[in-house]
Design a protein around this ligand. Structure first.
Ligand code: SAH
Ligand code: SF4
Ligand code: F3S
Length: 464
Protein backbone atom coordinates (compact mmCIF):
# COMPACT_ATOMS: atom_id res chain seq x y z
CA UNK A 1 0.00 0.00 0.00
CA UNK A 2 1.27 3.47 -0.87
CA UNK A 3 2.28 5.50 2.19
CA UNK A 4 0.21 8.64 2.38
CA UNK A 5 0.90 11.61 4.65
CA UNK A 6 -1.77 13.09 6.89
CA UNK A 7 -1.37 16.52 8.47
CA UNK A 8 -3.85 17.38 11.24
CA UNK A 9 -4.22 20.87 12.69
CA UNK A 10 -6.24 20.79 15.90
CA UNK A 11 -7.86 23.91 17.31
CA UNK A 12 -10.07 23.84 20.43
CA UNK A 13 -10.60 21.72 23.50
CA UNK A 14 -9.34 18.33 24.71
CA UNK A 15 -12.20 16.61 22.89
CA UNK A 16 -10.74 17.81 19.61
CA UNK A 17 -7.31 16.55 20.66
CA UNK A 18 -8.88 13.16 21.36
CA UNK A 19 -10.77 13.29 18.05
CA UNK A 20 -7.52 14.02 16.20
CA UNK A 21 -6.20 10.68 17.48
CA UNK A 22 -9.40 9.00 16.34
CA UNK A 23 -9.12 10.57 12.88
CA UNK A 24 -5.52 9.38 12.53
CA UNK A 25 -6.55 5.96 13.85
CA UNK A 26 -9.45 5.41 11.42
CA UNK A 27 -7.40 6.62 8.43
CA UNK A 28 -4.37 4.44 9.21
CA UNK A 29 -5.86 1.36 7.45
CA UNK A 30 -6.09 3.46 4.25
CA UNK A 31 -2.31 3.98 4.38
CA UNK A 32 -2.19 7.40 6.05
CA UNK A 33 0.56 8.15 8.57
CA UNK A 34 0.80 11.46 10.38
CA UNK A 35 3.32 14.11 9.40
CA UNK A 36 4.39 17.48 10.80
CA UNK A 37 5.34 18.72 7.33
CA UNK A 38 2.34 20.27 5.65
CA UNK A 39 4.27 20.77 2.37
CA UNK A 40 4.52 17.04 1.76
CA UNK A 41 1.04 16.08 3.01
CA UNK A 42 -1.43 14.12 0.85
CA UNK A 43 -4.31 15.11 3.10
CA UNK A 44 -4.77 18.04 5.47
CA UNK A 45 -7.46 17.99 8.16
CA UNK A 46 -8.32 21.05 10.19
CA UNK A 47 -10.11 20.03 13.33
CA UNK A 48 -12.06 23.14 14.25
CA UNK A 49 -13.61 24.90 17.27
CA UNK A 50 -16.39 27.49 17.38
CA UNK A 51 -16.71 28.16 21.10
CA UNK A 52 -15.90 31.84 20.54
CA UNK A 53 -15.83 33.91 17.36
CA UNK A 54 -12.02 34.08 17.38
CA UNK A 55 -11.70 30.30 17.28
CA UNK A 56 -13.99 30.15 14.25
CA UNK A 57 -11.94 32.85 12.48
CA UNK A 58 -8.77 30.90 13.18
CA UNK A 59 -10.21 27.86 11.42
CA UNK A 60 -11.17 29.80 8.31
CA UNK A 61 -7.88 31.66 8.13
CA UNK A 62 -5.92 28.39 8.30
CA UNK A 63 -8.16 26.87 5.66
CA UNK A 64 -7.75 29.99 3.50
CA UNK A 65 -3.97 29.60 3.56
CA UNK A 66 -4.33 26.09 2.15
CA UNK A 67 -5.75 27.43 -1.14
CA UNK A 68 -2.26 28.11 -2.51
CA UNK A 69 -0.95 24.66 -1.63
CA UNK A 70 -4.00 23.03 -3.18
CA UNK A 71 -3.58 25.10 -6.38
CA UNK A 72 0.01 23.92 -6.69
CA UNK A 73 -0.91 20.31 -5.86
CA UNK A 74 -4.52 19.50 -6.84
CA UNK A 75 -4.26 15.92 -5.58
CA UNK A 76 -4.09 17.22 -1.99
CA UNK A 77 -7.26 16.38 -0.03
CA UNK A 78 -8.39 19.32 2.10
CA UNK A 79 -10.84 18.45 4.88
CA UNK A 80 -12.54 20.44 7.61
CA UNK A 81 -13.78 18.56 10.67
CA UNK A 82 -14.98 19.46 14.15
CA UNK A 83 -17.35 22.08 15.48
CA UNK A 84 -17.14 24.75 12.74
CA UNK A 85 -17.67 22.03 10.14
CA UNK A 86 -20.75 20.87 12.06
CA UNK A 87 -22.05 24.44 12.34
CA UNK A 88 -21.43 25.56 8.75
CA UNK A 89 -21.77 22.33 6.75
CA UNK A 90 -22.47 22.90 3.04
CA UNK A 91 -21.66 26.64 3.37
CA UNK A 92 -17.95 25.82 3.74
CA UNK A 93 -17.86 24.27 0.26
CA UNK A 94 -19.42 27.40 -1.22
CA UNK A 95 -17.12 29.75 0.66
CA UNK A 96 -13.94 27.73 0.05
CA UNK A 97 -13.71 26.14 -3.41
CA UNK A 98 -10.51 24.27 -2.52
CA UNK A 99 -12.15 22.27 0.27
CA UNK A 100 -12.96 18.65 -0.61
CA UNK A 101 -14.57 17.37 2.56
CA UNK A 102 -16.59 18.80 5.45
CA UNK A 103 -17.24 16.30 8.20
CA UNK A 104 -19.14 17.00 11.41
CA UNK A 105 -18.52 15.87 14.97
CA UNK A 106 -20.39 12.56 14.58
CA UNK A 107 -18.89 11.63 11.21
CA UNK A 108 -15.40 10.48 12.20
CA UNK A 109 -16.26 6.79 11.86
CA UNK A 110 -17.58 7.40 8.34
CA UNK A 111 -14.33 9.08 7.27
CA UNK A 112 -12.59 6.05 5.67
CA UNK A 113 -15.44 5.51 3.23
CA UNK A 114 -15.66 9.22 2.35
CA UNK A 115 -11.91 9.57 1.85
CA UNK A 116 -11.88 6.49 -0.42
CA UNK A 117 -14.60 8.06 -2.55
CA UNK A 118 -12.68 11.34 -2.84
CA UNK A 119 -9.47 9.48 -3.70
CA UNK A 120 -11.15 7.56 -6.51
CA UNK A 121 -13.57 10.12 -7.97
CA UNK A 122 -12.37 13.55 -6.74
CA UNK A 123 -15.87 14.40 -5.53
CA UNK A 124 -16.70 16.93 -2.79
CA UNK A 125 -18.55 15.62 0.29
CA UNK A 126 -20.40 17.09 3.26
CA UNK A 127 -21.44 14.87 6.18
CA UNK A 128 -22.86 16.68 9.18
CA UNK A 129 -25.41 14.07 10.23
CA UNK A 130 -26.00 13.98 13.99
CA UNK A 131 -27.40 10.95 15.78
CA UNK A 132 -28.99 10.55 19.20
CA UNK A 133 -27.02 7.49 20.20
CA UNK A 134 -23.45 6.33 19.68
CA UNK A 135 -23.52 3.88 16.73
CA UNK A 136 -19.86 2.90 16.71
CA UNK A 137 -18.18 2.47 20.05
CA UNK A 138 -15.20 0.41 18.98
CA UNK A 139 -11.99 1.63 20.70
CA UNK A 140 -9.58 3.02 18.10
CA UNK A 141 -5.90 2.58 18.84
CA UNK A 142 -4.80 6.06 17.76
CA UNK A 143 -1.12 7.00 17.53
CA UNK A 144 0.85 8.12 20.59
CA UNK A 145 3.73 10.60 20.57
CA UNK A 146 7.15 9.40 21.57
CA UNK A 147 7.42 9.42 25.36
CA UNK A 148 3.74 10.30 25.82
CA UNK A 149 2.64 9.37 29.34
CA UNK A 150 -0.80 10.92 29.53
CA UNK A 151 -3.82 10.48 27.24
CA UNK A 152 -7.39 11.69 26.87
CA UNK A 153 -10.28 9.25 26.72
CA UNK A 154 -13.69 10.57 25.75
CA UNK A 155 -16.36 8.83 27.83
CA UNK A 156 -19.39 10.72 26.55
CA UNK A 157 -20.26 13.14 23.80
CA UNK A 158 -22.63 16.06 23.34
CA UNK A 159 -24.36 18.19 25.93
CA UNK A 160 -27.99 18.67 27.01
CA UNK A 161 -27.42 21.59 29.36
CA UNK A 162 -28.01 24.47 26.96
CA UNK A 163 -26.21 27.21 28.83
CA UNK A 164 -27.50 30.27 27.01
CA UNK A 165 -24.09 31.46 25.78
CA UNK A 166 -22.89 28.10 24.54
CA UNK A 167 -22.68 26.59 21.07
CA UNK A 168 -21.63 23.09 22.19
CA UNK A 169 -25.12 21.48 22.39
CA UNK A 170 -25.71 22.71 18.84
CA UNK A 171 -22.49 21.36 17.35
CA UNK A 172 -21.82 18.24 19.44
CA UNK A 173 -25.40 17.03 19.58
CA UNK A 174 -27.30 15.26 22.36
CA UNK A 175 -25.55 13.88 25.37
CA UNK A 176 -24.67 10.19 24.92
CA UNK A 177 -22.38 7.97 26.99
CA UNK A 178 -20.04 5.23 25.83
CA UNK A 179 -20.38 1.78 27.35
CA UNK A 180 -18.09 1.33 30.39
CA UNK A 181 -16.67 -1.93 28.98
CA UNK A 182 -15.46 -0.13 25.84
CA UNK A 183 -13.93 2.66 27.94
CA UNK A 184 -12.05 0.20 30.14
CA UNK A 185 -10.91 -1.73 27.06
CA UNK A 186 -9.59 1.47 25.49
CA UNK A 187 -7.73 2.55 28.63
CA UNK A 188 -6.15 -0.91 28.95
CA UNK A 189 -4.99 -0.64 25.34
CA UNK A 190 -3.35 2.71 26.12
CA UNK A 191 -1.76 1.47 29.34
CA UNK A 192 -0.26 -1.47 27.44
CA UNK A 193 1.43 1.07 25.20
CA UNK A 194 2.98 3.04 28.08
CA UNK A 195 0.29 5.51 29.14
CA UNK A 196 0.38 6.14 32.91
CA UNK A 197 -2.34 8.78 33.27
CA UNK A 198 -5.75 9.21 31.64
CA UNK A 199 -8.06 12.19 31.59
CA UNK A 200 -11.68 11.14 31.12
CA UNK A 201 -13.51 13.63 28.95
CA UNK A 202 -17.10 14.77 28.72
CA UNK A 203 -18.90 18.14 28.72
CA UNK A 204 -20.57 17.08 31.93
CA UNK A 205 -19.06 13.87 33.29
CA UNK A 206 -21.33 13.97 36.34
CA UNK A 207 -24.28 12.88 34.26
CA UNK A 208 -22.33 9.99 32.71
CA UNK A 209 -24.51 6.97 32.00
CA UNK A 210 -27.76 8.53 33.27
CA UNK A 211 -29.63 8.48 29.99
CA UNK A 212 -28.59 4.97 29.00
CA UNK A 213 -28.93 3.53 32.51
CA UNK A 214 -25.24 2.57 32.56
CA UNK A 215 -23.23 2.82 35.79
CA UNK A 216 -22.71 6.16 37.55
CA UNK A 217 -19.60 8.25 36.92
CA UNK A 218 -18.26 7.40 40.40
CA UNK A 219 -18.71 3.69 39.62
CA UNK A 220 -16.88 4.13 36.33
CA UNK A 221 -14.03 5.83 38.20
CA UNK A 222 -13.85 2.87 40.54
CA UNK A 223 -13.47 0.49 37.60
CA UNK A 224 -10.80 2.68 36.01
CA UNK A 225 -9.01 2.88 39.36
CA UNK A 226 -8.66 -0.92 39.31
CA UNK A 227 -6.78 -1.00 35.99
CA UNK A 228 -3.33 -2.41 36.63
CA UNK A 229 -0.43 -0.31 35.38
CA UNK A 230 -2.45 2.91 35.33
CA UNK A 231 -1.06 5.45 37.80
CA UNK A 232 -3.39 8.40 37.70
CA UNK A 233 -6.91 9.42 36.75
CA UNK A 234 -8.14 12.91 35.95
CA UNK A 235 -11.44 14.05 34.49
CA UNK A 236 -13.05 17.11 32.98
CA UNK A 237 -15.57 18.76 32.98
CA UNK A 238 -17.77 18.54 35.98
CA UNK A 239 -20.93 20.68 35.99
CA UNK A 240 -21.41 22.13 39.49
CA UNK A 241 -25.17 21.45 39.49
CA UNK A 242 -24.57 17.71 39.02
CA UNK A 243 -21.59 17.24 41.32
CA UNK A 244 -22.85 14.31 43.42
CA UNK A 245 -21.92 13.28 46.95
CA UNK A 246 -20.90 9.94 45.51
CA UNK A 247 -18.30 11.71 43.36
CA UNK A 248 -17.16 13.91 46.26
CA UNK A 249 -16.60 10.76 48.33
CA UNK A 250 -14.56 9.23 45.48
CA UNK A 251 -11.85 11.81 46.19
CA UNK A 252 -11.43 10.29 49.62
CA UNK A 253 -11.51 6.70 48.37
CA UNK A 254 -9.75 6.21 45.06
CA UNK A 255 -5.97 6.21 45.33
CA UNK A 256 -5.36 6.98 41.64
CA UNK A 257 -7.79 9.89 41.41
CA UNK A 258 -5.79 13.12 41.24
CA UNK A 259 -6.42 15.79 43.84
CA UNK A 260 -7.72 18.34 41.41
CA UNK A 261 -11.14 19.34 40.18
CA UNK A 262 -12.00 21.71 37.36
CA UNK A 263 -15.34 23.13 38.43
CA UNK A 264 -16.34 25.96 36.08
CA UNK A 265 -18.51 28.53 37.82
CA UNK A 266 -18.65 31.16 35.01
CA UNK A 267 -19.87 34.00 37.28
CA UNK A 268 -20.26 34.87 40.95
CA UNK A 269 -23.59 36.64 40.48
CA UNK A 270 -26.86 34.74 40.89
CA UNK A 271 -28.84 36.77 38.38
CA UNK A 272 -26.15 36.25 35.72
CA UNK A 273 -25.95 32.54 36.58
CA UNK A 274 -29.68 32.24 36.17
CA UNK A 275 -29.65 34.04 32.81
CA UNK A 276 -26.79 31.76 31.75
CA UNK A 277 -29.10 28.83 32.63
CA UNK A 278 -26.42 27.32 34.87
CA UNK A 279 -29.00 26.13 37.42
CA UNK A 280 -26.99 26.70 40.61
CA UNK A 281 -26.46 29.72 42.85
CA UNK A 282 -23.08 30.97 43.99
CA UNK A 283 -23.86 29.79 47.54
CA UNK A 284 -24.76 26.28 46.32
CA UNK A 285 -21.46 26.22 44.44
CA UNK A 286 -19.51 27.29 47.54
CA UNK A 287 -21.28 24.66 49.65
CA UNK A 288 -20.29 21.88 47.26
CA UNK A 289 -16.73 23.12 47.28
CA UNK A 290 -16.69 23.13 51.07
CA UNK A 291 -17.81 19.49 51.09
CA UNK A 292 -15.09 18.59 48.59
CA UNK A 293 -12.50 20.27 50.76
CA UNK A 294 -13.78 18.40 53.79
CA UNK A 295 -13.20 15.07 52.06
CA UNK A 296 -9.94 16.13 50.40
CA UNK A 297 -8.47 19.18 52.22
CA UNK A 298 -5.68 19.91 49.76
CA UNK A 299 -7.70 19.43 46.57
CA UNK A 300 -6.67 21.91 43.86
CA UNK A 301 -9.61 23.75 42.33
CA UNK A 302 -9.71 25.48 38.94
CA UNK A 303 -12.53 27.15 37.05
CA UNK A 304 -13.73 28.92 33.91
CA UNK A 305 -15.19 32.43 33.88
CA UNK A 306 -17.01 34.51 31.32
CA UNK A 307 -16.74 38.29 31.69
CA UNK A 308 -19.14 40.72 30.04
CA UNK A 309 -22.14 38.42 29.67
CA UNK A 310 -25.04 40.53 28.26
CA UNK A 311 -26.37 42.84 30.95
CA UNK A 312 -23.48 42.27 33.38
CA UNK A 313 -23.11 45.36 35.59
CA UNK A 314 -20.02 46.52 37.48
CA UNK A 315 -21.63 45.34 40.71
CA UNK A 316 -22.33 41.92 39.24
CA UNK A 317 -18.77 41.66 38.01
CA UNK A 318 -17.59 42.60 41.54
CA UNK A 319 -19.44 39.54 42.81
CA UNK A 320 -17.33 37.40 40.49
CA UNK A 321 -14.17 38.90 41.99
CA UNK A 322 -15.56 38.30 45.49
CA UNK A 323 -16.20 34.66 44.66
CA UNK A 324 -12.64 34.26 43.36
CA UNK A 325 -11.32 35.69 46.63
CA UNK A 326 -13.57 33.41 48.64
CA UNK A 327 -12.52 30.27 46.77
CA UNK A 328 -8.85 31.14 46.15
CA UNK A 329 -8.53 29.07 43.00
CA UNK A 330 -5.34 27.32 42.05
CA UNK A 331 -5.83 28.51 38.50
CA UNK A 332 -8.52 29.65 36.11
CA UNK A 333 -9.44 30.33 32.51
CA UNK A 334 -11.33 33.53 31.78
CA UNK A 335 -12.97 34.55 28.53
CA UNK A 336 -14.67 37.63 27.16
CA UNK A 337 -18.27 36.82 26.26
CA UNK A 338 -18.72 36.18 22.53
CA UNK A 339 -22.03 35.88 20.64
CA UNK A 340 -22.48 32.44 19.07
CA UNK A 341 -24.89 31.28 16.37
CA UNK A 342 -27.93 29.45 17.82
CA UNK A 343 -27.03 30.38 21.39
CA UNK A 344 -29.94 32.34 22.94
CA UNK A 345 -27.70 34.92 24.67
CA UNK A 346 -26.76 36.28 21.24
CA UNK A 347 -30.25 37.87 21.28
CA UNK A 348 -30.06 39.16 24.87
CA UNK A 349 -30.04 42.92 25.36
CA UNK A 350 -27.45 44.92 27.27
CA UNK A 351 -24.38 43.86 25.31
CA UNK A 352 -21.19 44.92 27.11
CA UNK A 353 -18.62 46.87 25.10
CA UNK A 354 -15.32 45.28 24.08
CA UNK A 355 -13.37 47.82 26.13
CA UNK A 356 -15.32 47.06 29.33
CA UNK A 357 -14.93 43.33 28.70
CA UNK A 358 -11.17 43.81 28.33
CA UNK A 359 -10.96 45.81 31.56
CA UNK A 360 -12.92 43.20 33.48
CA UNK A 361 -10.83 40.38 32.06
CA UNK A 362 -7.64 42.16 33.12
CA UNK A 363 -8.95 42.86 36.64
CA UNK A 364 -9.92 39.22 37.04
CA UNK A 365 -6.58 37.92 35.76
CA UNK A 366 -4.65 40.36 38.00
CA UNK A 367 -6.52 39.15 41.05
CA UNK A 368 -5.90 35.51 40.19
CA UNK A 369 -2.24 36.17 39.51
CA UNK A 370 -1.78 37.40 43.07
CA UNK A 371 -3.62 34.39 44.47
CA UNK A 372 -1.61 31.97 42.30
CA UNK A 373 1.67 33.55 43.42
CA UNK A 374 0.71 33.29 47.09
CA UNK A 375 -0.43 29.69 46.67
CA UNK A 376 2.72 28.74 44.76
CA UNK A 377 4.93 30.31 47.43
CA UNK A 378 3.09 28.38 50.14
CA UNK A 379 4.16 25.16 48.39
CA UNK A 380 7.87 25.90 48.79
CA UNK A 381 9.42 23.44 51.23
CA UNK A 382 6.84 20.71 50.56
CA UNK A 383 7.40 17.45 48.74
CA UNK A 384 5.17 16.64 45.78
CA UNK A 385 5.00 13.46 43.74
CA UNK A 386 5.32 14.23 40.08
CA UNK A 387 4.51 12.10 37.05
CA UNK A 388 7.51 12.84 34.84
CA UNK A 389 6.47 13.87 31.32
CA UNK A 390 9.99 14.28 29.90
CA UNK A 391 13.03 16.53 29.82
CA UNK A 392 12.34 20.27 29.84
CA UNK A 393 13.76 22.14 26.92
CA UNK A 394 17.41 23.08 27.40
CA UNK A 395 19.96 21.72 29.81
CA UNK A 396 20.94 23.05 33.18
CA UNK A 397 24.22 24.95 33.38
CA UNK A 398 25.39 22.87 36.28
CA UNK A 399 26.75 19.38 36.04
CA UNK A 400 25.72 16.29 37.95
CA UNK A 401 27.54 13.21 39.17
CA UNK A 402 30.46 12.12 36.98
CA UNK A 403 30.57 15.52 35.30
CA UNK A 404 27.62 14.71 33.03
CA UNK A 405 25.23 17.59 32.47
CA UNK A 406 22.21 17.65 34.77
CA UNK A 407 18.94 17.32 32.93
CA UNK A 408 15.98 19.47 33.75
CA UNK A 409 12.82 17.47 33.81
CA UNK A 410 9.20 18.43 33.98
CA UNK A 411 6.06 16.75 35.10
CA UNK A 412 2.83 17.35 36.93
CA UNK A 413 1.85 17.03 40.54
CA UNK A 414 -1.43 15.35 41.44
CA UNK A 415 -2.82 18.90 41.84
CA UNK A 416 -2.00 19.44 38.12
CA UNK A 417 0.74 21.98 38.93
CA UNK A 418 3.61 21.88 36.45
CA UNK A 419 6.86 21.11 38.27
CA UNK A 420 10.34 21.48 36.78
CA UNK A 421 13.19 19.81 38.57
CA UNK A 422 16.75 18.70 38.27
CA UNK A 423 17.93 15.22 39.08
CA UNK A 424 21.60 14.90 39.74
CA UNK A 425 22.01 11.12 39.75
CA UNK A 426 24.04 10.15 36.70
CA UNK A 427 21.60 7.68 35.22
CA UNK A 428 18.71 10.12 35.14
CA UNK A 429 20.56 11.94 32.37
CA UNK A 430 19.13 9.17 30.24
CA UNK A 431 15.73 10.34 29.14
CA UNK A 432 14.12 6.91 29.00
CA UNK A 433 14.71 6.37 32.67
CA UNK A 434 12.57 9.10 34.17
CA UNK A 435 9.83 9.68 31.59
CA UNK A 436 6.65 8.02 32.84
CA UNK A 437 8.04 7.52 36.35
CA UNK A 438 6.80 9.03 39.57
CA UNK A 439 9.41 11.18 41.30
CA UNK A 440 9.29 12.94 44.67
CA UNK A 441 10.25 16.57 44.35
CA UNK A 442 11.09 19.03 47.11
CA UNK A 443 9.63 22.33 45.93
CA UNK A 444 12.26 25.08 46.14
CA UNK A 445 10.91 27.88 44.01
CA UNK A 446 7.74 29.31 42.58
CA UNK A 447 7.19 30.88 39.16
CA UNK A 448 4.04 32.48 37.81
CA UNK A 449 2.92 29.35 35.97
CA UNK A 450 4.98 26.56 37.44
CA UNK A 451 7.07 25.32 40.35
CA UNK A 452 10.72 24.41 40.57
CA UNK A 453 12.38 21.78 42.76
CA UNK A 454 14.88 19.01 43.34
CA UNK A 455 14.39 15.28 43.36
CA UNK A 456 14.51 13.64 46.77
CA UNK A 457 14.30 10.02 47.80
CA UNK A 458 10.84 8.68 48.58
CA UNK A 459 11.13 8.59 52.37
CA UNK A 460 10.37 12.25 52.88
CA UNK A 461 6.64 11.99 53.40
CA UNK A 462 5.46 12.79 49.90
CA UNK A 463 1.77 12.96 49.10
CA UNK A 464 0.30 10.53 46.54
N1 SAH B 1 -18.70 21.86 29.33
C1 SAH B 1 -17.85 22.75 29.96
C2 SAH B 1 -17.32 23.89 29.14
C3 SAH B 1 -17.05 23.79 27.71
S1 SAH B 1 -16.66 25.27 26.90
C4 SAH B 1 -18.60 23.35 31.12
O1 SAH B 1 -19.79 23.31 31.20
O2 SAH B 1 -17.95 23.95 31.92
C5 SAH B 1 -15.29 25.91 27.81
C6 SAH B 1 -15.50 27.28 28.37
O3 SAH B 1 -15.64 28.22 27.33
C7 SAH B 1 -16.75 27.45 29.19
O4 SAH B 1 -16.61 26.97 30.49
C8 SAH B 1 -16.96 28.95 29.15
O5 SAH B 1 -16.26 29.58 30.20
C9 SAH B 1 -16.35 29.35 27.81
N2 SAH B 1 -17.36 29.74 26.85
C10 SAH B 1 -18.34 28.98 26.33
N3 SAH B 1 -19.10 29.70 25.48
C11 SAH B 1 -18.60 30.96 25.47
C12 SAH B 1 -18.97 32.18 24.80
N4 SAH B 1 -20.01 32.24 24.00
N5 SAH B 1 -18.21 33.28 25.04
C13 SAH B 1 -17.15 33.23 25.87
N6 SAH B 1 -16.77 32.12 26.52
C14 SAH B 1 -17.48 30.99 26.32
FE1 SF4 C 1 -21.71 24.46 27.06
FE2 SF4 C 1 -23.04 24.50 29.34
FE3 SF4 C 1 -22.84 22.23 27.97
FE4 SF4 C 1 -20.70 23.22 29.17
S1 SF4 C 1 -22.56 22.50 30.19
S2 SF4 C 1 -20.81 22.46 27.10
S3 SF4 C 1 -20.98 25.41 28.97
S4 SF4 C 1 -23.93 24.06 27.33
FE1 F3S D 1 -14.58 24.10 20.72
FE2 F3S D 1 -16.13 22.19 19.99
FE3 F3S D 1 -14.54 21.89 22.06
S1 F3S D 1 -16.66 24.30 20.01
S2 F3S D 1 -14.39 23.93 22.88
S3 F3S D 1 -13.91 22.16 19.98
S4 F3S D 1 -16.58 21.06 21.84
Amino acid sequence: MKVKRLYINTIGCQMNVYDAGQIAGVLAPLGYTQTDAIESADMVVVNTCTIREKAEQKAFSFLGRLAKIKAARPSLIVAMGGCVAQQEGEAVLKRMPHVDLVFGTHAIFRLPEMVRRIESSHCRIVDVRLSETIETDRPVDGPLNEGQVSAFVTIMRGCDNYCTYCVVPHVRGREASRHPDRIIEEIRMRVDRGIREVTLLGQNVNSYGNKEGLCSFAELLERVNAIEGLGRIRFTTSHPKDLSDELIQAFGKLDKLCRHIHLPVQSGDDDILSRMNRRYSSSAYLEKLARLRQVCPDIAVTSDFIVGFPGETDRQFQRTLELIEAVRYDGLFAFMYSDRPNAPAAKFSGKVSESVKKERLQALLDLQQTITREKHEAMVGRVRTVLVEGPSRGLDDSTGAGGSPKIRWSGRASSNHIVHFSASDAHSANKEILTGEFADIMIEGAYAHSLWGRRVQGSMGAEP
